[in-house]
Design a protein around this ligand. Structure first.
Ligand code: PLP
Length: 426
């Protein structure tokens, strides 16, 4: 028996489902998850000695690749000073300055320890600020496992066929209105009906938890316009896209200005982190200045701040976004050529910067219902084929692939070669 199998068998006895986060269990693709031994650059190594070109990149954070030198050095320096202080530290200001410099819509920012905390806090703040309760979210968007946002959610929830979790009071779910993404009419109809009670609208501006879905610019503009007219808080969840698609994230490339934004992943350099920020007039509603309570023992943790700061500074110093775009377009060209050479197979490819998704469907994907038309059996075959060829793509059709600046030409060739052999096997 391989070591991963033995570890997973043991893990099943100790940890629910054998994993600390559901999608890691490989339920959507079957088989045993592999256990990591180490990771360096674009590669992940398992405990059985296998090497994988990694397109999961720890679900987004590893934008410079794994164990990048600047991040490791910053961590070593920070560890030598202490791992947590419980009083403010100068690194917290450095991080706040970086975020506010890079993302113009963020006038004030507060750090927390996960993306879930960030979106949860945005929702509470929107409710506290407006004095209203209802929230609009969009089908297939995942905002972490926040009670009121785990309604028709994406990511692992969708993968497991549990977009609505047990344990969430029906009374709370009724405060969450879910609508199809990119659908202006249904949004306007909902605003007409619930506008007076609406605290906020939250969305992934480029949804990446039901595969990868591109937004209709007119749809986004409509959200902004109605927020200005009615006064609800427009919240962009940029936990995935923030600092990944460019210095100002998705809002930067889309030319949008949300009222609040949630961040995570890349800003922690691989350590547990989250942040939320936006208009000072809204952020000042937070305790200790305002009535909305929010706190965290490890918020602004010096190790997370040091790793995140080093990662952001390295991204800027190495012009990494340009490199990521180059690698992304090279991969895209390779995938697209092969897809057009195989019209008999249902495949659609989408990419934004260093994020991409291959849907196994004949039709364009504009929202969750389109993504759900994908051939999940074909996806499973694709996943296992790629994995046996040493390429690790996310273990679900409803996830996005991530590229790091450490991915090389050889990695791309190996990936396209593995894809060729998958196509040849059909
Ligand atoms: N929001 C988005 C868009 C995400 O993709 C995720 C996680 O994947 C979250 C929020 C939750 O972040 P975390 O897993 O750090 O709690």
């Amino acid at each position: 028996m391989e070591r991963s199998e033995a570890l997973f068998a043991e893990s099943l006895k100790l940890i629910p489902g054998g994993v600390n986060s559901p999608v890691r269990a490989f339920r959507a693709v079957g088989g045993t998850p592999f256990f990591a031994e180490s990771a360096k650059g674009s590669k992940l190594y398992d405990v059985d000695g296998n090497e994988y070109v990694d397109y999961v990149c720890t679900w987004g954070p590893a934008i410079l690749g794994h164990s990048s030198q600047p991040v490791q050095q910053a961590l070593e320096a920070a560890i030598s000073k202490g791992t947590s202080f419980g009083v403010p530290g100068p690194l917290e200001l450095d991080m706040a300055r970086l975020i506010e410099d890079w993302v113009p819509s963020v006038e004030k920012v507060r750090m927390c320890s996960s993306g879930t905390e960030a979106t949860m806090s945005c929702i509470r703040l929107a409710r506290g600020f407006t004095g209203k309760d209802k929230i609009i979210k969009f089908e297939g968007c995942y905002h972490g496992h926040v009670d009121s946002l785990l309604v028709k959610a994406g990511s692992g929830a969708l993968t497991l066929g549990q977009p609505d979790s047990a344990g969430i009071p029906a009374s709370l779910a009724t405060e969450t209105i879910t609508l199809p993404f990119n659908d202006i009419e249904s949004f306007l109809a909902a605003v007409n009906e619930f506008g007076d009670d609406l605290a906020g609208v939250i969305l992934e501006p480029i949804p990446a938890n039901a595969g990868l879905i591109l937004p209709d610019p007119e749809f986004l503009q409509t959200l902004r316009q109605r927020a200005d007219e009615i006064g609800f808080v427009l919240i962009f969840d940029e936990v995935m896209t923030g600092f990944r698609l460019g210095k100002a994230g998705a809002q930067g490339i889309l030319g949008m200005t949300p009222d609040l934004s949630a961040f995570g992943k890349v800003i922690g350099g691989g350590l547990p982190v989250g942040a939320f920020g936006g208009k000072a007039s809204i952020m000042d509603f937070l305790a200790p200045d305002g009535p909305v309570y929010q706190a965290g023992t490890l918020s602004g943790n010096p190790l997370a701040m040091a790793a995140g700061k080093a990662q952001l500074e390295e991204l800027e110093a190495t012009d990494a976004y340009v490199k990521l775009e180059e690698i992304g377009s090279q991969l895209e060209a390779g995938f697209r050529k092969r897809i057009s050479d195989h019209p008999e197979l249902p495949m659609k490819f989408y990419r934004v910067g260093s994020m991409f998704c291959l849907f196994f469907t004949k039709h364009e994907v504009h929202h969750l219902e389109d993504a759900k038309q994908s051939d999940l059996e074909l996806f499973k075959r694709y996943f296992h084929h790629m994995k046996s060829a040493g390429v690790y793509v996310p273990p679900s059709q409803f996830e996005t692939n991530f590229i790091s600046s450490a991915h090389t030409n050889e990695d791309i060739e190996a990936t396209l070669h593995a894809f060729d052999s998958f196509l040849g096997s059909n």
